[in-house]
Each structure stands twice: as C-alpha cells, then as structure tokens.
Ligand binder design. Structure first.
Ligand SMILES: NC(=O)c1ccc[n+]([C@@H]2O[C@H](COP(=O)([O-])OP(=O)(O)OC[C@H]3O[C@@H](n4cnc5c(N)ncnc54)[C@H](O)[C@@H]3O)[C@@H](O)[C@H]2O)c1
Length: 421
C-alpha cells in the first residue's frame, strides 16, 4: 500500500516504520519544522527503543515531508496528530480537525482515512463531515502502544480495533496487518464503539493504578506490605498482576488527558462516570501527597539537605515528560538544592522545570553525598544502588518500589522507605 502518516510523533513514527517494514511505501508528514529537519537528516527526534534501527533497515520505504500534497497517491492516510487536554478537561481537537481539513484536497477516490489519534466518541463523524467526500472512508483505528514498548506493541499487539461499518475498508485494513499479525487479534466494531474502547481501556487501567495506591495507604497504616498484597491479588487470573504497582500515580501523555476527556464527554451526554472522576481526583491528590512526604523528610534535615531525584520521565523507557508525576512532584518540593538525573528525559524536563533543579551527568553524580534520594521513575539502572555503599546517613525514598527491599533495608547508613509498607 501507499500510506501517509500525518503526525510524526510517539505514535506516528513507530507506526510508519512498522508499516514500512511490512513492505509498504510510507510518507510521514509533520508540520513541526525542527522535527522535520531531524527526520530528514536520518534521525528519530524522540527516544523509543529500537526505533532508529527499525528506521535504518527500512529507510528505502520511508520519506519525510512537510508538504501535504505528498499524500496524493496514498491508499491509506493515518491520522496520528496530538489531541492534548484543553483547560476544561476536554480533548483539544483543533489539530485533528486541521489535519482533516489539510488532507482533504489531496485524497484520491477509494482512500481510507484511519484515525489513530485518541479522539472522543463522535469525532470521526466530524472528520467525515470535514472531508466531505463520499469516495473516502473514515475509520476509527485507535492506537494502544505503550511508549518504551512501542515496537513490541506494533508487532505483537493485544488487539487491533477497526471501527467501521464499511466491510471493504475493514478487509483492506485487516489485509494490511493479517500476514504479519495473528488474525484473531483483529476485530471490527462500529466506529463509535472503537472510539470508546480506547478511552474505556485507559480509564480502566488508570483506575487500577489509583485502586492499588489506595490499598497501599491502608497497608502503611496497618503494617501490611502492598507488594505482597498485589502479588497475591495478581495471581487471580480475573485480576492480573499488571498495573498493580503502587507508587506515585499515573501520568504521561495519555492517561491524564484521556480520563479527563472521557469524564467530560460522558458529562456532556448526561452520564456521570463517578468511578473515573474519583480516579482523576485521587491521582491528582497523590502527587501532592508524595511531595508532602518528601518535604517532611527535608524538614527533618534542614535547608542544607542535598536532595537527589532519580527519574523525570513519566515512566521508564521514554524521554516523554508530558504530565509526568515526577515533574509535578518536583515543582511541589520546597527546596532549592535539588539534583536530578534521568537517563533520557533531562532535556525535555529542563524545558518545563524551573532553575532550582540541577542536572547530574550520571546516577553516581546525582546520588553522591545526597542526604535524601527519591526515586520517581522506575529506570532499571537505578537498581545499581543495591550494590552501592553509602558513606553517610542517607534516606532513600523509593516511591516506585523499585529496589530490593531486603537488600536496601539492611544497608549501612541507609534509611529505606517505600510505598505501601
Ligand atoms: N504517546 C502514546 O503513548 C500514545 C499511545 C496511544 C495513543 N496515543 C494518541 O496518539 C495521538 C498522537 O500522540 P503522540 O504521543 O504521538 O503525539 P506527538 O505530539 O508525539 O506527535 C504528534 C505530531 O503531530 C504533528 N502534527 C500536529 N498537527 C499536524 C498537522 N496538521 N500536520 C502534520 N503534522 C501535525 C506534531 O508536530 C507532532 O509531531 C494522540 O491522540 C495520543 O493520545 C498516544
């Protein structure tokens, strides 16, 4: 197929490189000149494990352009532009509607427009109205990839949802994936159901995280250990162990905005999603609660405390700091000597954090002489601390429950605290 991907970001690029590796010809469009210049010089402008390599081995099938007329021969146009959170909590749809308007003059008869951007129910109806072409089919094809595992999720997805009543369009999209991906993973739904599947999935996962954080608070009060509780719960196949890691709450470019957008849309339709609203509120309060815990430890040591923060990305495996809990928590730490380290996200974080944060070159530089070490992202390399020695009294606040508690709680000079214990 000739495929155009509109939006060369965390979704667009893995999708484009993955589809190119199936032998399709892909043009990626982006209107961010800086990003485009990096792409056109042969580099991926974001960190995603394996993406640069996948691009390099398929580059004869991919090109990058800022000129929308380059989609002219496309059989399939994938919309993968951002749908960020607006001030009122709704999804800001200006970019997706602008993209629909911009592709409109270049769509050939029989083309399929597939929306991978996460959009509220009914948005694809509006995209169809904007495109206003009976020979073009607008399909909802929500994306479920996880940053940090984007290529794994592209090649081995749990499911591919194709939301359309048009069987011909469905067959073409299924045939695009079916030779490479188990056909039983591909299902057809109505367009509106597909739109809701994406939001309901993210809201459910967010709720699971908020749930275990509430259980963690109870464990702390009664002398239980939330990690053991999660292991015990997770062995129930109806529940599952994933997303039961207690910590600092969810963040990132998806869960915060998608839970808010879902609640907003439901409200507009006269439906109150009480559980989702409570999850949003609880997750918001969690960030302040974690900052309070850190501030309490700093107060005990005093204003000269050296505080090392490990992790800025919203999770490991990415340089993405959008709605990262670590960023919000740092903003709420009352202290002017914060040293931070993240293997990938320091550049992005420095664009949003104030000047009271200094950046270290390595894990070692960051934690050297620290009085308090706070773990806010679960990067595996932080586990090197398990074999480190600490020369002076150090409080380690492991708010991702990353380190081996048996090792850390017996270390000389270390007071080790974790979530839910
Ligand atoms: N990031 C994720 O993990 C993830 C997972 C699943 C779904 N999604 C959804 O996918 C969508 C994209 O997310 P993302 O993280 O890839 O965003 P992103 O910000 O990384 O990328 C979007 C890109 O679109 C470009 N763009 C915007 N308007 C354009 C236009 N008119 N023409 C050309 N390019 C344009 C931007 O310059 C940007 O490079 C969102 O709706 C998001 O909710 C994201």
């Amino acid at each position: 197929m000739n495929i155009a991907v509109i939006g060369s970001g965390y979704v667009g690029l893995p999708t484009a490189c993955g589809l190119a590796s199936f032998g399709n010809h892909v043009v990626c469009i982006d209107n961010n000149e800086q990003k485009l210049a990096i792409l056109q010089s042969g580099y991926m402008p974001l960190f995603e494990d394996g993406l640069q390599e996948l691009y390099e081995s398929n580059k004869s099938n991919i090109r990058f352009s800022g000129d929308m007329s380059d989609i002219r021969n496309a059989d399939l146009i994938i919309l993968a532009v951002g749908t960020p959170m607006a001030d009122d909590g709704s999804a800001d749809l200006q970019y997706i509607y602008a993209a629909a308007d911009e592709i409109k003059p270049f769509l050939q008869n029989g083309a399929i427009v597939a929306t991978k951007s996460t959009v509220p129910v009914g948005t694809n109806d509006e995209i169809e109205r904007i495109i206003d072409n009976k020979n073009v089919t607008v399909v909802s094809m929500p994306e479920f990839l996880r940053e940090g595992y984007a290529l794994h999720d592209f090649f081995r997805p749990d499911r591919i949802i194709i939301g359309t009543d048009n069987v011909d369009a469905y067959n073409k999209l299924r045939d695009l994936y079916a030779p490479h991906i188990s056909p039983d993973k591909i299902i057809r739904t109505s367009r509106r159901s597909a739109e809701i599947i994406k939001y309901a999935s993210n809201a459910f996962l967010a709720t699971k995280i908020q749930f275990i954080n509430e259980i963690a608070d109870l464990c702390e009060q009664v002398g239980a250990n939330v990690s053991d509780v999660a292991d015990g719960m997770g062995m129930d196949s109806r529940i599952g162990r994933k997303f039961l890691n207690a910590g600092i709450g969810y963040g990132g470019s998806c869960f915060p905005k998608d839970t808010n957008a879902l609640a907003y849309v439901a409200n507009k339709h006269g439906v109150h999603l009480g559980l989702v609203s409570k999850t949003i509120q609880g997750n918001h309060e969690r960030r302040q609660n974690i900052a309070n815990r850190i501030n309490a430890q700093i107060d005990k040591i005093g204003e000269n405390a050296r505080v090392a923060v490990l992790g800025l990305a919203f999770k490991n495996g990415t340089d993405d700091v959008r709605y990262s809990p670590a960023i919000d928590i740092i903003k709420n730490i009352r202290h002017n000597q914060i040293y931070a380290y993240d293997p990938q996200a320091m550049k992005n974080a420095s664009n949003v954090l104030g000047s009271n944060v200094k950046y270290a070159n390595s894990l070692h530089d960051c934690i050297e002489n620290a009085d308090i070490i706070v773990i806010l992202t679960e990067w595996p390399e932080f586990r090197e601390m398990e074999s480190a020695t600490f020369e002076h009294p150090t409080i380690i606040l492991d708010y991702r429950n990353l380190l081996d508690e048996n090792v850390m709680s017996t270390k000389e000079n270390v007071t080790y605290k974790r979530i839910g214990k």
